[in-house]
Design a protein around this ligand. Structure first.
Ligand code: LLP
Length: 463
């Protein structure tokens, strides 16, 4: 399609309607390494490749939409976190970001532990052979059945989230003749600078036990008295997609304050502090995430300093990155179906997926990048909104971005940094079938989660 086929879409930053897009990159064919998986590039024909395989070939073999995951990149990032934190700390990958049995095996091989937050995630972890003692079990409303399963399996820690759960877990562990290692999740009252729905340390929300008013101290007091529990530490997770370390600093200060109070009252020095996950990644070139070694250094310095001040032995630190490991390792591959220029506004590009495979834009106003992947183009940039095929006007994948003005049906486009919270939050809205996850490594691709079929949908519908 020639440029003149899209006469209406504004093409230049100075004539753009209000929005929070950034100006078009100098070269729309360029792939900013910040937002793309490590092995992504373009071949001699201009086609995007990952792990040495062209996306055109992946589309042909596995169809679109599809999540394409760079296994080498996943392993590199997992290892970078592991190495950065060293042997005095533990890294628990947060399975909620994306979990599959292949991922569990990679984590196991790379020496990471695993955070699960439901019976389903626990089942996936155990079925892929993750040693139970390297699993942490989270959740604000674990069912008695889930708790029993976790205790029986011998999970390394259960993170207690309420007064009722303290009693519930103690009771179940005791009835099984076990003493369950636990951490107590507290809310430290930090306002994380992120979207309201993914901030978790302010007090007015469902997770954790507030430090305020002595509630967290009371939780520790009660837990220490119960034979079924071995209280190993305190947990704090302040939120997600955070770039600024100051929130962690305040959290560490307050958690250490609690450890000190516990020592003073009970003569017990709790051995661990978990500072949760939440480290941000680059969704667009405007984001500047920190490297794992910088984060590890900062957190360890903060905790050590706070403990010295409180005359406490420095506890073992653990962290739970999800997005920071898997987020950048995958992109979503879509085929363009229709291209609709709207006079004086922008051009709507409809793809064969949408909010069912990426709900984050609709839910959090998340920003994403996008690139033409099946070819390069020298056409002028046009302002686009990449939308899905669902019956919903909020069905937006990329709110504001630029693509070449000659974009046409049949072109493949890719949205990077969709490894975290896209497949794991995917739905069957409009009876969409959830896309597969295809792992690529060293010139070979394999499906690690297969595409859903109409049969899958109909099997659940028992008439
Ligand atoms: N630890 C705990 C206790 C958590 O609740 C979470 C995320 C993590 C670790 C991992 O956070 P991460 O490093 O992946 O940011 N669906 C949202 C994010 C909600 C995260 C919930 N908990 C999103 O798409 O941004």
């Amino acid at each position: 399609m020639s440029r003149s086929a899209h006469p209406a879409g504004p093409r230049h930053a100075d004539v753009l309607p209000e929005g929070h897009y950034t100006a078009p990159a100098d070269d729309l064919n360029a792939l900013d390494p910040k937002v793309w998986a490590h092995t992504v590039g373009r071949d001699a024909d201009g086609v995007v490749t990952v792990g040495g395989i062209a996306v055109t070939q992946l589309a042909e073999e596995y169809g679109t939409p599809a999540y394409i995951l760079d296994e080498a990149d996943f392993r590199d990032r997992a290892r970078a976190w592991r190495t950065a934190f060293g042997t005095d700390a533990d890294v628990f990958y947060a399975g909620k970001a994306f979990l599959s049995r292949a991922v569990v095996r990679w984590l196991d091989e790379e020496g990471l532990n695993l955070d699960v937050c439901s019976g389903g995630e626990l089942a996936t972890a155990l079925s892929a052979g993750m040693p139970a003692e390297r699993i942490a079990f989270h959740g604000n409303n674990k069912s008695p059945e889930e708790i029993e399963r976790a205790v029986r399996a011998g999970v390394g820690r259960i993170v207690l989230d309420s007064f009722q759960e303290i009693v519930r877990v103690a009771h179940i562990a005791e009835s099984l003749g076990k003493r369950q290692p636990v951490q107590i999740r507290i809310t430290v009252g930090v306002e994380a600078h992120t979207h309201e729905f993914i901030a978790t340390a302010h007090e007015d929300q469902k997770f954790g036990i507030p430090l305020a008013g002595g509630q967290a101290a009371e939780a520790v007091r009660r837990a220490l008295q119960l034979d079924g529990l071995d209280v190993i530490g305190i947990h704090s997770h302040i939120g997600s997609q955070i770039f600024d370390m100051s929130g962690f600093e305040v959290a560490a200060h307050r958690v250490v304050g609690l450890l000190k109070d516990v020592r003073d009252e009970h003569g017990v020095e709790l051995a661990e502090i978990d500072l949760g996950g939440g480290l941000g990644i680059a969704y667009t070139s405007d984001d500047d995430p920190r490297e794992p070694h910088e984060i590890a250094k900062a957190l360890s310095e903060i905790v050590t300093r706070e403990c010295e001040g409180a005359r406490l032995r420095t506890p073992r630190i653990s962290v739970e990155p999800g997005r920071a490991i898997v987020g950048p390792t995958a992109f979503t591959l879509y085929e363009v179906g229709t291209v609709k220029p709207l006079e004086g506004l922008r051009t709507y590009v409809s793809v064969d997926g949408g909010m069912s495979d990426n709900i984050r834009t609709a839910l959090y106003d998340a920003e994403y990048s996008v690139a033409l992947a099946s070819r390069t183009s020298d056409a002028e940039p046009m302002l686009v909104r990449v939308v899905g095929k669902h019956c919903e006007s909020g069905d937006i994948v990329v709110k504001d971005a630029f693509l070449p003005g000659d974009l046409a049906p049949g072109d493949l486009i890719t949205v990077p940094a969709t490894g975290a919270y896209c497949r794991s939050m995917a739905s069957n809205y409009n009876h969409a079938m959830r896309p597969p996850v295809v792992a690529v490594r060293d010139g070979a691709a394999r499906v690690i989660v297969r595409r859903e079929t109409e049969e899958d949908l109909l099997r659940l519908d028992v008439g």
